[in-house]
Design a protein around this ligand. Structure first.
Ligand SMILES: *Cc1c(COP(=O)(O)O)cnc(C)c1O
Length: 361
């Protein structure tokens, strides 16, 4: 078997141990004689898988009991609409941070349902920094405050969550969930598409403080109403069963490997090593993000001479380092180094980058 180091931003690499377990269980899950893909979502086998996955996620993230955990479909992009549909209420206004491409998409969608106030924007700095706290314009009468803790495309990450007082804080945590311990209590809603740091595409997780469930407007489609999914325990319709199962294997893997404290240590080491390589290259490579806000998960970098990009990527692929091409809106390179990217993969990338510079610098 040969595995490469896959730096894709998403769908992204998964822990090998998880894939191997899924392989072993593929045609006969725990003596049931069935693949998980073939099970009724209402049968006792799948119910046990679903319950264990939720319990393990609660344990790994230390989610308090008064939070609901929903296993949904539609990706983070559907949450861009579900959040305002469920929370905007009568106020019909919400606060949004504008810190990158994903924030901007969330804002555009929310503006269909009410007034969006921009708390702060780093658009004029090409989204290379988090705006100074002193300049934030938070409204006490906003229905909620939305932010994107980690901007996957720009590689920009908040160092801590904004303090919003009594106004519920909503986070699009698609590319940073499970990357370090967080205090769930500080959030009203956390949502994430699974395909970055949880499992396969098709599953979306929403963690919702219970008092925020049940406020959808009258015209909200049933599939967009948190209360309907909550009441049905995420089985209002057929849930993404296989994705839910794989996510459960990932949660189990996290628990067996020291949980989020251990993940955070490794993630910080990986990111530091890669940024050091970029910073110590004498501007052969560079990263434009304000240092305190550099992402641990997505490391974009450009080369001073962009005519070398194609050679860099071709050589990387030959060395077993793939999916390093930067997002089409940014150019250059991007290495996504989620939990499942082993330290050896980052070290292999660093060695390759140093070697490439030596030959082309
Ligand atoms: C990938 C990503 C999205 C889009 O997710 P989908 O599941 O494709 O809708 C939204 N926000 C962030 C921060 C992302 O990284």
């Amino acid at each position: 078997m040969s595995r490469i180091y896959n730096f894709s931003a998403g769908p992204a690499t998964l822990p090998l141990a998880v894939l191997e377990q899924a392989q072993q269980e593929m045609t006969d899950w725990h003596g049931s004689g069935m693949s998980v893909m073939e099970m009724s979502h209402r049968g006792k086998e799948f119910i046990s898988i679903a319950e264990k996955a939720e319990a393990d996620l609660r344990e790994v993230m230390n989610i308090p009991e008064h939070y609901k955990v929903l296993f949904l479909q539609g990706g983070a992009s559907s949450q861009f609409a579900m959040v305002p549909l469920n929370l905007m209420g009568k106020a019909r206004k919400a606060d949004y941070f504008d810190t990158g491409a994903w924030s901007a998409k969330a804002i555009k969608e929310a503006a269909r349902y009410g007034h969006v106030n921009i708390v702060a924007s780093s658009k004029e700095q090409s989204y290379t920094t988090i705006p100074d706290r002193a300049l934030w314009e938070l409204n006490e009468d906003a229905a909620y405050v939305h932010f994107t803790p980690n901007e996957t495309i720009g590689g920009l990450e908040f160092d801590t969550e904004p303090e919003t007082g009594d106004v519920p804080l909503v986070a699009d945590m698609s590319s940073s969930i499970l990357s370090r311990p967080i205090d769930v209590d500080k959030y009203g809603i956390i949502y994430a598409g699974a395909q970055k740091n949880i499992g396969p595409a098709g599953l979306t997780i929403a963690i919702i403080r219970e008092d925020l469930v049940g406020h959808a407007g009258p015209n909200t489609p049933a599939m967009m109403d948190y209360a309907i999914h909550d009441k049905a325990e995420s089985m209002y319709n057929t849930p993404p069963t296989y994705g839910w199962y794989i996510a459960g294997l990932v949660f189990d893997w996290l628990l067996k490997n020291g949980g989020l404290t251990a993940m955070a240590e490794v993630n910080e080491r990986k990111a530091t090593a890669l940024y050091d390589c970029v910073d110590n290259s004498g501007s052969f490579y560079s990263n434009p993000i304000d240092k305190p806000y550099r992402s641990w998960m997505n490391v974009p970098f450009i080369m001073a001479d962009s005519s070398l990009d194609a050679a860099f990527l071709a050589g990387a692929a030959e060395a077993g380092l793939v999916q390093l091409k930067g997002h089409r809106s940014v150019g250059g390179m991007r290495a996504s180094i989620y939990n499942a990217m082993p330290e050896e993969g980052v070290q292999a990338l660093i060695s390759y980058m140093q070697d490439f510079q030596q030959k082309n610098g």
